[in-house]
Design a protein around this ligand. Structure first.
Ligand SMILES: *Cc1c(COP(=O)(O)O)cnc(C)c1O
Length: 442
């Protein structure tokens, strides 16, 4: 298979470096979101020029098989013709009206008809906004103020949720962000992921003051960390019993684990769900939805205010609808994603074992992480035990062979519908060489 360096099969970085130098002069750290700076893998970022299906190309014409997929939205691949056509057509009719449009109705109908538990849906512009709004709604609906969140789960960058929030924050070793007043996070109560006894004790103590428990039903922002057997069910029971709401942050898992997301996959209904990433088909969009009686508290019906000039933007809606159509029209999609995920998991596991590198492979469907540790990764603390230097070596070895994975240990590897079996096989071959480099480094 042809791979890196479309021109000469040599990995080059001149142009990316050039743009990074310029970027650093005019953009903080040269990037518009921290993980893109590649700081955690000790190199300068590559600047991406274009993508098609499973592949992306950078400014130096290096070609990669992409396992990031813009952090999840591109489940069906880059520049999918159905999505691009939908956006192009919408664009020709006007970019924004700030008024009601038919497309918004069709999109909401698509979701409400196919996702159990979502009876009403409000569109916003990002996952961050979706979560922020859902939290406000939960507080407005219950008349309570406390929110429980799990350490290592990321729910966007709004003030109240930047508490032990995983991902970028985790690798910077910053437990919290500067600029967030302590008073803003006082009502955010951290709990340990997968710690059944801990959450029971917490509810015993303050259960009747909790507005909502929010969770990534499969944590994917401390690396992938699946929920322990019965854990989500326990949260369902505790919240119901104490009159608190259960919010699933399905910004990553929504439409990825199944069309009905984690709610359907684990058969645990949430009261509110937040979406982002896939629902925008690659355009900036998020959404929150759930029980009708709760959603009826949202303005202009109810007293919980939430608005947006560009919310329900026609281009984003067109992309989202085209994307959801693709998913709904492909009856074997989720089975194929599971098979591809399982194939890679097995391949990585064997490749690491061959050269004696201890790893933990955590996977749910098409979401996966390789942790460089011999201990099981079940929560934030165990995720942190991973050897990030080894991850950096692995990442660089993969990148230079034309495999683009997350430039951070604490993110997911995203398998897409578009990865061919030949590409997966090739990826495992590359992985074998990358693990060997890790082994050689000791
Ligand atoms: C990406 C992400 C968010 C934030 O979404 P943005 O669109 O980046 O604001 C929130 N929650 C989870 C689980 C995410 O993965």
């Amino acid at each position: 298979m042809k791979n890196t360096g479309t021109d000469q099969n040599v990995f080059k970085t001149e142009r990316s470096s050039h743009f990074f130098d310029r970027a650093q002069r005019v953009i903080p750290g040269g990037v518009n979101s921290p993980v893109r700076a590649f700081k955690n893998v000790n190199r300068h970022p590559v600047f991406i020029k274009r993508g098609n299906g499973s592949r992306i190309w950078d400014e130096d014409h290096n070609e990669y098989i992409d396992y990031v997929g813009s952090w999840g939205p591109l489940l069906m691949g880059h520049a999918h013709p159905a999505v691009v056509d939908a956006v192009t057509e919408a664009a020709s009719k006007g970019l924004s009206f700030g008024a009601a449009t038919q497309g918004e109705v069709l999109l909401a109908e698509q979701v409400v008809a196919n996702v159990p538990g979502v009876e009403s849906l409000r569109l916003v512009n990002s996952g961050t906004e979706a979560v922020m709004s859902a939290i406000r709604l939960a507080r407005g609906f219950t008349g309570r103020e406390r929110i429980v969140k799990f350490t290592g789960c990321y729910h966007g960058h709004s003030d109240g949720l930047l508490v032990a929030a995983g991902s970028g924050l985790m690798t910077q070793g910053v437990p919290d962000s500067a600029g967030v007043p302590a008073a803003f996070t006082e009502l955010t109560v951290p709990a340990n992921y997968n710690d059944a006894e801990g959450i029971k004790a917490l509810f015993e103590k303050i259960g009747d003051t909790i507005a909502a428990v929010i969770i990534e039903p499969v944590a994917a922002n401390m690396g992938v960390c699946p929920p322990a057997e019965g854990f989500l069910q326990l949260l369902r029971e505790l919240t119901s019993k104490h009159g608190a709401l259960l919010i699933f942050d399905e910004v990553i898992t929504g439409f990825r684990l199944s069309f009905g997301g984690a709610q359907a996959y684990f058969d645990v209904p949430a009261d509110l769900v937040t979406y982002g990433k896939i629902i925008g088909g690659g355009m900036p969009m998020g959404a929150y939805g759930g029980r009708k009686d709760i959603m009826s508290e949202v303005s202009p019906v109810g007293a919980v205010y939430q608005a947006g000039t560009l919310s329900g933007n026609p281009l984003a809606v067109a992309a989202g609808r085209a994307m959801l159509d693709l998913l709904l029209g492909d009856s074997s999609l989720y089975d194929r994603l599971e098979q591809k995920g399982a194939y890679l998991e097995k391949g990585f596991r064997e490749a690491a074992a061959e050269v004696g590198v201890p790893v933990q492979l955590n996977r749910v469907g098409s979401l996966m992480s390789i942790f460089f540790t011999s201990d099981p990764v079940t929560d934030y603390a165990s995720a942190q035990s991973s050897n990030t230097d080894q991850y950096a070596t692995y990442f660089n070895a993969m990148l230079e062979q034309g495999i683009y994975i997350a430039p951070s240990q604490f993110e997911a590897l995203f398998v897409g519908a578009y990865h061919s079996m030949a590409q997966l096989e090739y990826t495992v071959d590359c992985s074998r060489r990358a693990f060997a480099q890790v082994a050689a480094q000791g």
